[in-house]
Design a protein around this ligand. Structure first.
Ligand SMILES: *[C@@H]1O[C@H](CO)[C@@H](O)[C@H](O)[C@H]1NC(C)=O
Ligand SMILES: *[C@@H]1O[C@H](CO)[C@@H](O)[C@H](O)[C@H]1NC(C)=O
Ligand SMILES: *[C@@H]1O[C@H](CO)[C@@H](O)[C@H](O)[C@H]1NC(C)=O
Length: 336
């Protein structure tokens, strides 16, 4: 079991709270931090200068790396090196650096969409302004160039279970599937669309409220593998009506051009070597400098023989893509 603490607020507790006993509830688990905090040495051993020293070092890395330490920049890797070097020199912790691929999504050209219903061609309006556009592109859509007419198949219900895709007629493989919003996440619909090998996926808003009429911005998630567009309720409904009418032939052409380049992003985690590994407290934050100071102070204390034994394993983590939508949580936290 892993219990994670959003650390930004916690540092104040560690630094300011010296004598009172506190209990904390994280993810519905009661964590008894009183045992650790009843020994005031940890809190009092952390000095603001320790944190400032790291901030200065991080700034020096940015200055030497064209002014930034962002993902994909060399300053990012230098930051990882700084953290791992500091931890290996100043702690006994078990350190692990893990790289994972992050998709760097970019729309390269405005998408196009036209429909043909019984020979009548309509070119639909693309805009990121939902008040104007009939369709928008979802984040992480892949590219497609459908330059000859492809049949639309309307997925019944909301396209959340496999059954909806299995009973769709015509079968979705190689066709453009259209699915209404609702019932499950857009990501789930995208996963099923790629499982059933669609040529493209048209999602459309559900029209349930006035704000759900227009094609807003949606996200198909880092793992999406299908070309997709998000349509207004009115456009979606008219295409579904035509696709479900045996007396009509409804087809689509579209172009979507995106860059979904993969970039390696690194996480670092460092475990104490003591404490119960089945009860691990994870400490991670955007406050890399504070995190480093905390880790070093804890390591020094654990090396003093008279410091009370910890019940918990402590794991400090520095997240590579936290600011890009907490992407780290998806890849590093599997239920244990
Ligand atoms: C950062 O390190 C990773 C892993 O070694 C590497 O794949 C990537 O190219 C490096 N990035 C830069 C900008 O050097
Ligand atoms: C799509 O493919 C057609 C036919 O191969 C080509 O003429 C057209 O330029 C392509 N369009 C885009 C946007 O790539
Ligand atoms: C750190 O601890 C976690 C949780 O207890 C464990 O899954 C992971 O393998 C450990 N890593 C190392 C490098 O010991």
């Amino acid at each position: 079991m892993i219990q994670s603490i959003q650390f930004v607020g916690i540092i104040l507790i560690f630094i300011n709270l010296t004598t009172s006993l506190i209990g904390m509830t994280v993810n519905n688990h009661q964590i008894d931090v009183s045992r650790q905090l009843s020994d005031v040495r940890y809190a009092s051993s952390i000095q603001i200068n320790d944190v400032m020293k790291h901030l200065d070092e991080l700034q020096a890395i940015a200055t030497a790396s064209s002014g930034n330490r962002a993902v994909e920049a060399i300053g990012f890797n230098r930051t990882l090196d700084y953290i791992t070097n500091f931890l290996s020199v100043n702690t006994e912790f078990k350190i692990k650096k893990t790289f994972f691929n992050l998709r760097n999504f970019q729309l390269l050209r405005n998408p196009t969409l036209s429909s043909t219903i019984n020979g009548v061609v309509k070119t639909h309006i693309y805009s990121t302004n939902p008040a104007i556009g009939e369709f928008n592109y979802p984040l992480y859509t892949t590219s497609a160039n459908i330059s000859s007419d492809i049949l639309i198949t309307a997925i019944p219900n909301l396209g959340c279970p496999d059954d909806d895709w299995l009973v769709a007629r015509p079968a979705p493989a190689g066709l453009v599937a259209i699915v209404k919003r609702g019932g499950c996440a857009f990501q789930s619909k995208g996963t099923l669309a790629s499982k059933y090998n669609v040529a493209a996926l048209l999602l459309y808003n559900d029209g349930i409220t006035p704000s759900n009429m227009r094609p807003t911005k949606i996200n198909l998630g880092q793992n999406n593998r299908v070309p997709a567009l998000f349509l207004s309720y009115d456009l979606g409904k008219s295409l579904v009506t035509a696709a479900n009418d045996p007396s009509q032939v409804a087809t689509i052409r579209l172009t979507i051009l995106t860059d979904n380049e993969l970039n390696p992003v690194g996480n670092i985690c460092a475990n104490t070597t003591t404490g119960d590994p089945t009860q691990t407290i994870v400490i991670g934050s955007s406050g890399s400098a504070a995190n480093l100071a905390l880790a070093a102070a804890l390591s020094s204390l654990l090396e003093t023989s008279n410091y009370p034994t910890y019940k918990y394993r402590i794991r400090f983590c520095w997240w590579g893509a936290e600011e890009l939508g907490f992407l780290v949580l998806i890849t590093t936290f599997r239920k244990q």
